[in-house]
Design a protein around this ligand. Structure first.
Ligand code: ADP
Ligand code: MG
Length: 487
């Protein structure tokens, strides 16, 4: 990075330093150490079994599928997958954790190292990972509808999580959001997490500190449970301003855990931060070390899809797309597949990209639909693009065809073009007749043009287009009109 770029990242002369801890709920059918279901939204306390509560006499049994998810993540991020990792008890008291400890991994996590790369504008950034470890989720405290009392719902207890921890490599709130979006894209892409942030399937904790450039790391505060990208940016921006203000006022930052309140836009200290020692970690005697055979890793590797970044690079190379288009189109496997089918079937890659990022995405957004629910197939879009490319319809008329296709008024592009009378006039004789008529009816305008008023030309083009009911080819109108005016 250039010195100028570095300087532009500073906030009031301070460098922002952020490290992320993300909890991704794994998309397994059952809990991490029991056979209880993980489905969201069931009646409170109907989905936690004796193992999830660690009742006496029960024993946890590792869910193989959760381990497979960890292997997939490790492979996707270029991490080392530990041949042997260890589960530990993290001891603390909280009402939503009646068993008194959380089973997690401490000294030896299953996924070690790796990195996440993404573009911020046109600059490529890489954030290094420290680790990703398997652990169980806790229950939930419910503070609504209990006449002043709180309720405990233990359905979430024992839900498998991967906690993905970065080095403090992030340097701004924008970078933090770009990192979180990229990680979100990866975990959903490889199918290990449904990514539903409202339901808490993907929750981020941002560790934030500030320092003068060149100084050692400042003391961090950890903003917990950021569950939307918008709040993430707001919370970090507020926290950075707050920390700088404290330091400028001569106060030291105290390590703490804070919550973001979307209503006030402020972060608020929840508790002072515990140290690892406070948790009295020790290896869980109920669980043997997790052993992962190389052959299992190879098996998982063979089932991995092409990853978003690799795919974006391929779209650039294979279809000649700009980096921006390739990144946008690799939002999800379904979007990328839609593009590739439309590009191949139409032979119009850039046009397909423009239409999908523009016309298709706009309509999907308006209707709050996902690409999986798109009412116009990629093949149909391709047929439309071919008709625009060969001049049968203008780009504008193509949008009207799209409206009709979208509304379900038929799926045959040529039939829709005929039914709506949108065929572009490519008959030179008919066009000349119209132009002659327009010129005869607007003799003063023709005179003005000949007298040097260039604007009159555009007015004449407009009149011809109108007389053709929009079906004339604008380029052709231009050419023929110029010729007739002797220009
Ligand atoms: P803990 O065990 O208390 O959670 P870690 O050392 O595991 O602490 O760090 C947690 C997260 O905080 C990591 O993502 C790390 O990169 C980040 N982090 C550590 N120190 C700082 C700092 N001074 N400023 C910002 N982030 C930090
Ligand atoms: Mg931590």
């Amino acid at each position: 990075m250039s010195d100028k770029k570095k300087a532009s990242l500073l906030v009031q002369g301070y460098e922002v330093v952020i490290g992320f801890e993300t909890h991704a709920q794994l998309a397994t059918q059952s809990k991490i150490f029991s056979r209880a279901p993980t489905a969201f939204g069931a009646e409170p306390n109907t989905q936690a079994c004796a193992v999830d509560l660690a009742l006496p006499g029960t024993l946890p049994v590792m869910n193989r599928e959760a381990v497979a998810c960890a292997i997939r993540l490790g492979l996707a991020l270029g991490s080392h997958i530990a041949e042997q990792s260890v589960f530990a008890r993290k001891n603390y008291f909280y009402p939503d954790l009646p068993k008194g400890y959380q089973i997690s991994q401490f000294e030896i996590p299953v996924v070690q190292g790796g990195e996440v790369s993404f573009y911020l504008g046109d600059e490529r950034k890489t954030v290094r990972l420290v680790r990703a470890h398997l652990e169980e989720d806790a229950g939930k405290s419910l503070h609504e509808d209990f006449h002043g009392l709180s309720g405990i719902d233990l359905n979430r207890a024992g839900t498998p999580l991967l906690e993905i921890v970065t080095e403090p490599d992030i340097r701004s709130s924008a970078e933090a959001v770009a990192y979180a979006k990229e990680l979100h894209k990866i975990v959903t892409w490889i199918g290990i997490c449904d990514g539903n942030m409202q339901e808490g399937s993907f929750r981020c904790d941002a560790n934030v500190s500030v320092r003068k450039p060149g100084q050692p790391l400042g003391t961090r505060r950890e903003i917990k449970n950021l569950n939307s990208f918008k709040f993430m940016q707001q919370a970090i921006d507020y926290e950075v301003r707050w920390q700088i203000e404290q330091i400028e006022d001569g106060h030291a930052i105290e390590q703490a855990t804070v919550l973001f309140d979307p209503d006030t836009g402020e972060t608020r200290a929840m508790r002072t931060k515990e140290d690892a020692a406070d948790y009295r970690y020790f290896p869980d005697p109920d669980l043997p070390p997790l052993v992962i055979a190389r052959s299992w890793v190879d098996e998982v590797k063979a089932s991995m899809p092409e990853l978003p970044r690799q795919m974006a690079e391929r779209l650039v190379a294979e279809y000649g797309l700009p980096e921006y288009d390739a990144t946008t189109l690799t939002q999800s496997p379904a979007m990328a597949a839609y593009f590739e089918t439309a590009a191949k079937a139409s032979g119009q890659s850039k046009m397909a990209s423009n239409w999908i990022m523009g016309e298709v995405s706009r309509r999907l957004n308006n209707e709050e639909k996902d690409i999986a629910q798109v009412p116009v197939s990629a093949e149909t879009l391709a047929a439309l693009l071919r008709r625009i490319a060969d001049g049968t319809v203008s780009n504008n008329a193509g949008k009207q065809v799209m409206d009709a296709l979208w509304a379900g008024e038929g799926q045959d592009v040529d039939a829709v073009i005929e039914a709506k009378g949108l065929r572009q006039m490519n008959d030179a004789g008919a066009l000349e007749t119209i132009i002659d008529e327009v010129m005869a009816a607007n003799a003063p305008m023709v005179e003005q043009f000949r007298a040097g008023k260039d604007k009159a030309f555009n007015a004449l083009v407009g009149l011809v287009m109108k007389a053709s009911k929009g079906k004339a080819n604008p380029q052709q109108v231009n050419d023929v009109l110029r010729q007739k005016l002797g220009a």
